[in-house]
Design a protein around this ligand. Structure first.
Ligand SMILES: *Cc1c(COP(=O)(O)O)cnc(C)c1O
Length: 360
């Protein structure tokens, strides 16, 4: 007799991270390798966060505050909500898992888009739920298509706005019209990891209104993207206190590490850093758009720090050829790649390398 694994995980695959920069340098004998594959912040993070971490280094032998008291208070104050309406986590990734573990039982239906953040489907399957997939329309969430799929078995709907990897948004009016029609017993998880990069005025700037108006909405945010703290793993969720209390039952007692807690509090106050990251991203996006246009490459307009583009050649081959030349991007299947917007220097290297690989 051999050990057996849960049926639910049989056809799952482990997440395949891209190769680290050092490995690519060694493998291809390159001096310079740039990584534009994981939507990381090319400016690093706030100096204030680094300082806070340095000050906290004497306390590594102590468990972190399991209640994340100071971070919760800072978030509640900044957002104008109660401390019982916010819950930090070890990245938004952990929260996706916690939400699935809080709500999804065997055979529950969970509605999500076909091309979106992959943890939604993975955590649904782990819980034995049934993913109900609604294709994007014009690379954008099809909210009416999602409404049509709601049944008595629907438990959760995942809504990523702006969407990763396509960078597209649904507008505030569209989200409100959608939430009006979703039954009260269906949880809507609104993942806005890239909210701070959005330029369009019709985007819902203040999603806390959704939480206030609809008791079934959960908002997820992260310090990994515009705040540049991906390595230290902090995200947070906003929902009514009853939902938060129930997620609290599921989470581990010390899920947010002590350095992450102090870094996040410090980063929250550094508006200058956020402004700079926004500006660099917008400038880089416009540059890459122009170059793509000259090259005749098509892409949906992005409201994020990454662009989803049709390179009209097998994406995996393009990925390998780019990597050999020291530029790491993400192949997205078919002829699509996703590139994260870097510093202007990185963006220029990316464009030059892409031209070479595509023979343009
Ligand atoms: C990056 C990302 C996350 C996860 O962020 P972490 O806080 O680093 O776990 C969640 N959702 C989307 C859409 C993302 O792109």
């Amino acid at each position: 007799m051999s050990i057996s694994y849960r049926e639910e995980i049989k056809d799952l695959k482990p997440y395949k991270p891209g190769k680290p920069i050092e490995d690519v340098k060694r493998e291809y004998g390159l001096d310079r390798v740039i990584k534009l594959a994981s939507n990381e912040n090319p400016l690093g993070c706030s100096e204030k966060a680094v300082e806070a971490i340095k000050k906290s280094l004497d306390n590594l032998s102590l468990y972190p505050d399991g209640n994340t008291t100071i971070l919760k208070e800072a978030l509640a104050k900044k957002l104008g909500i109660g401390v019982d309406e916010v819950l930090p986590s070890s990245g938004a990734d952990e929260m996706i898992d916690l939400i699935s573990r809080t709500f999804v039982s065997k055979d529950d239906e969970v509605i999500m888009a076909d091309i979106t953040f992959p943890r939604y489907i993975a955590t649904t399957k782990i819980m034995g739920g049934t993913p109900v997939i609604v294709p994007l329309k014009d690379w954008t969430y099809d909210l009416d298509g999602m409404l049509e799929k709601i049944t008595d078995k629907t438990k959760v709907i995942w809504l990523c706005n702006p969407n990763n990897p396509t960078g597209t948004i649904v507008t505030k009016d569209e989200v409100l019209a959608f939430l009006d029609k979703v039954p009260e017993n269906v949880v809507v998880v609104y993942d806005e990891a890239y909210r701070e990069f959005v330029t369009r005025d019709d985007y819902p700037k203040n999603s806390i209104e959704f939480v206030k108006k609809y008791p079934n909405v959960i908002v997820m945010r992260t310090f990994s993207k515009i705040y540049g703290l991906a390595g230290i793993r902090v995200g947070y969720t906003i929902a009514n206190s009853e939902i938060i209390e129930n997620i609290n039952k599921v989470r581990g007692p010390f899920n947010v590490n002590s350095l992450g807690q102090v870094a996040a509090v410090a980063a929250l106050e550094d508006e200058d850093f956020l402004k700079k990251a926004y500006d660099v991203n917008l400038e880089g996006k416009n540059y890459i758009y122009e170059e793509f246009d000259k090259m005749g490459l098509k892409y949906p307009a992005s409201e994020t720090n990454h662009i989803f583009v049709d390179v009209k050649k097998d994406a995996n081959e393009v990925f390998v050829e780019m990597q050999k030349r020291g530029v790491i991007i993400r192949p997205m299947g078919g002829t699509f790649i996703r590139v994260s917007i870097g510093t202007m220097e990185e963006n220029k290297i990316f464009i030059e390398t892409l031209k070479e690989v595509l023979n343009i």
